[in-house]
Write a protein that binds this ligand. Structure first.
Ligand code: GLA
Length: 391
């Protein structure tokens, strides 16, 4: 993140020259040194609800496109070391793809990102049964999670970029969750090449909340093969090992001397085939990392991960206020999906870095609590920060 960096201001003379040259330009051309946001239609759901597509472009030409269905990020165009812009996320060209079969490409995940054992938990002695949609477990909000609802969206200009504010009211009992939840997720694209997510929620009854974002990245470019050559650093001394159904065992296990040690940058593929019970369960990486937050308070951002893609020089850093990070290496992609431009998404051609509280927290007394109570305000922030190296 480059918060300190402020956009270079052109000298007065240059400004006058620019204004002179700009006479007769269209609005868009006039705005090229500022971030802009534009809206267009992206079709309709089978129920006849209109879905909009918003295109956010920053002063450096980075572009993020997101739709109101699931808050799905459909493309992220960022430069490589030579300045070549390319789309670095997986997805579909049209709404139908997302409606028919979506392994959470690009989507907002809620109310609870990741798994809850048997979809069951108790709060204050009362037991709740959620929808189960992953074997006998609850995954990513259930059968119709926040990734499959149409959100309201409002574009907002900010000092150093543009924002898109998504809001959704999740009714009491939705997917089995107690209480009405007012959710608000703000995407901000800054002129420092940061894509920031602010997650907020309030409730009228105690309920678990664990909101995240499920964009799949391939920093070489969407469709440019597998992601095993990406070099990954995860700022975590420990992870939460899982059982056969990917529910945490409850243990916080050191990464030292395991294939889960990403404290020094390592190619994703360098140990993914190791003979490890945990990797066999993934199969591959599909685990929650316990981030090193040291003294950082729950409201401060820490560096969670850094990914570099050697052939393009693209770099993505992840900062978050969350205690955990799910690293998923695209193990369930199997070539059955044809996405954007007809690209077939083969095994491990995208990865996700989902900032979160730990999976199954409502059933794990030693994990940080995910229960939101009336009168409290849920707030978490995550930043994906783009840059380049080499070139
Ligand atoms: C998450 C889960 C994975 C898988 C993907 C979507 O990352 O942890 O197990 O469900 O979402 O396929």
């Amino acid at each position: 993140m480059k918060n300190e960096r402020s956009p270079a201001g052109p000298s007065t003379l240059l400004t006058i020259l620019f204004l002179f040259l700009a006479v007769g330009c269209t609005d868009n051309q006039m705005n090229q040194d500022q971030a802009v946001i534009a809206k267009q239609s992206f079709g309709q759901t089978p129920e006849g609800v209109s879905v909009d597509l918003y295109t956010m472009t920053n002063a450096n030409g980075l572009e993020v496109r997101a739709i109101t269905y699931g808050g799905i990020i459909v493309s992220v165009r960022v430069p490589d070391a030579a300045g070549q812009l390319e789309d670095v996320v997986l997805g579909y060209d049209s709404l139908n793809g997302y409606l028919e079969q979506n392994p959470y490409f690009g989507a907002i995940i809620g109310r609870y990102g990741n798994r809850i054992d048997e979809g069951r938990f108790a709060i204050d002695g009362e037991t709740y049964q959620l929808a189960t949609n992953n074997g006998s477990n609850h995954l990513h909000g259930g059968v119709k999670g926040f990734d499959k609802v149409v959100w309201d969206a409002t574009p907002v200009d900010t000092k150093n970029g543009v924002s898109l504010v998504f809001t959704y009211t999740s009714p009491d009992g939705e997917e089995g969750y107690p209480g009405t939840l007012q959710a608000r997720v703000t995407y901000t694209l800054t002129n420092d090449d940061d894509l920031m997510f602010d997650y907020e929620a309030t409730t009228d009854r105690e309920t678990p909340v664990n909101l995240t974002q499920h964009t799949y990245f391939n920093l070489a470019g969407d469709g440019e093969g597998d992601i095993l050559g990406h070099e990954l650093m995860i700022n975590a001394d420990a992870f939460t090992p899982v059982d056969e159904t990917l529910i945490p065992l409850g243990e916080i296990r050191p990464v030292e001397n395991t294939p889960f040690d990403f404290r020094q940058p390592m190619p994703i593929g360098s140990r993914i085939g190791d003979d490890s019970k945990q990797l066999r369960r993934g199969p591959g990486y599909d685990h929650n990392f316990v981030l090193n937050r040291n003294e950082a308070g729950a409201d401060s951002l820490v560096l969670a991960a850094r990914v570099t893609e050697p052939t393009s020089g693209r770099v993505m850093e992840v900062y978050t206020t969350e205690p955990g990070l799910q690293f998923y290496s695209g193990n369930f992609l199997d070539g059955s999906i044809a996405g954007k431009n007809g690209v077939v998404y083969e095994y491990r051609t995208g990865f996700c870095l989902e900032t979160q509280h730990y999976p199954d927290s409502p059933n794990q007394p030693n994990f940080p609590s995910t229960i939101l109570r009336p009168g409290e305000r849920y707030f978490t922030r995550t930043v994906y920060s783009f840059s380049v190296e080499g070139g």
